[in-house]
Design a protein around this ligand. Sequence first.
Ligand SMILES: *[C@@H]1O[C@H](CO)[C@@H](O)[C@H](O)[C@H]1NC(C)=O
Ligand SMILES: *[C@@H]1O[C@H](CO)[C@@H](O)[C@H](O)[C@H]1NC(C)=O
Length: 393
Amino acid sequence: MSGRTSLVLITALTALIQRAHAASIYVSPTGAGSGTVDSPYGSIQTAVNAAKAGDVIYLRAGTYSPTTNIKITKSGTVTSPITLRSYNDEKVIINGESLPGTPYGLDESLPNDERGILHIEGGNYWYFYNLELINGPYGVYARDSSHNYYERLSTHDNYESGFQLQGTASNNTVIYLDSYMNRDPRKNGESADGFACKEGSGTGNSIRNSRLWNNVDDGLDLYLFGSPVTIEEVYAWGNGFNRWGFSSFNGDGNGFKLGITDNPPANHIIRNSMAFANAKKGFIDNGNPGSLTFERNTAWNNGDNGFNMRSSKSTLKSNIAALNINAQVSLISGTTSSGNSWDSSTTWSNSSFLSVDYSTLAGARGSDGKIKASNFLVPTSGAAIGATTQAKI
Ligand SMILES: *[C@@H]1O[C@H](CO)[C@@H](O)[C@H](O)[C@H]1NC(C)=O
Ligand SMILES: *[C@@H]1O[C@H](CO)[C@@H](O)[C@H](O)[C@H]1NC(C)=O
């Protein structure tokens, strides 16, 4: 047997042994036991502390109200991830209202280790499914964590961003996220986004089939993240309005904010996504000096330009900008533009779309977790232009 063959065998055996020993760990809001199905733990942290690679932590229905945030600092492995999920799709709410920092006073700082109802730091190969995280100092805050998979999370009414990746982060997948009504009284709305991937780098991160709405700052923000993020079927609306009566309002109000001046070049890819009814711009490079790709997106009815490229050498193909306030687009020279609404002389009005009613888009997801298809913003012409919930593009 060659060295390589034995190495492969040992790796396979290790994975098998880990799987054979994989445990199911149960937690219930009313539990006081030892983590079995009949005698669940009462604390999610206790279950996390007990979990080993390959284990599945099942949360039973109800509302959990931790008084310290849930810290995840251990890792699974590529073949034996650790899973944290609701049991049988029971409704699980983790309410962060009793945590520190909900909220701290104006201009006070929120220490790193208090961020997040789920504070993941150096935690890799975790799978999360079907959890609702509310009223926390961030919903999910994952720093220096990679290879994690987040499916069907709902993060809302948190006192900072609903969902944030930060630091060294690669190969994280976020799918079927709903993140809304997040706000930061501590900063009068300056930084609570629906989804943020900020201040760090690492390839292979993606967000898909997600909705980011009515957040105080931006729908999505990639502030100072120096590697490409893939964004597909993401819908951002209603962001950047002062719904909380902050005295001095700092919300930015862009649907998709894709960097900042001084951002390292980050060639993000944005496809089949929509920005509508945001306070300001639909899609903005915001100073990112990279080469971004925009394909089949739609910006409609926003409070400023649909697409605003002021720094990047981006490629924009088959996008729609319609009924936005101010110029539909503002693109510096050096961008490449083809097949977009603004590349032809067609005039776009609400009747250019089969529907301008987003109630299906905003409504209940299908049992598969996907947003239900509708005619919202589908061009009446049938042209293959702009985003659509009807097809994967
Ligand atoms: C990325 O993470 C997934 C788990 O979400 C894992 O299955 C896959 O092997 C990882 N890919 C790489 C290149 O590490
Ligand atoms: C287009 O439709 C939206 C949603 O009904 C509405 O708010 C907006 O005022 C309409 N715009 C025009 C120019 O009719």
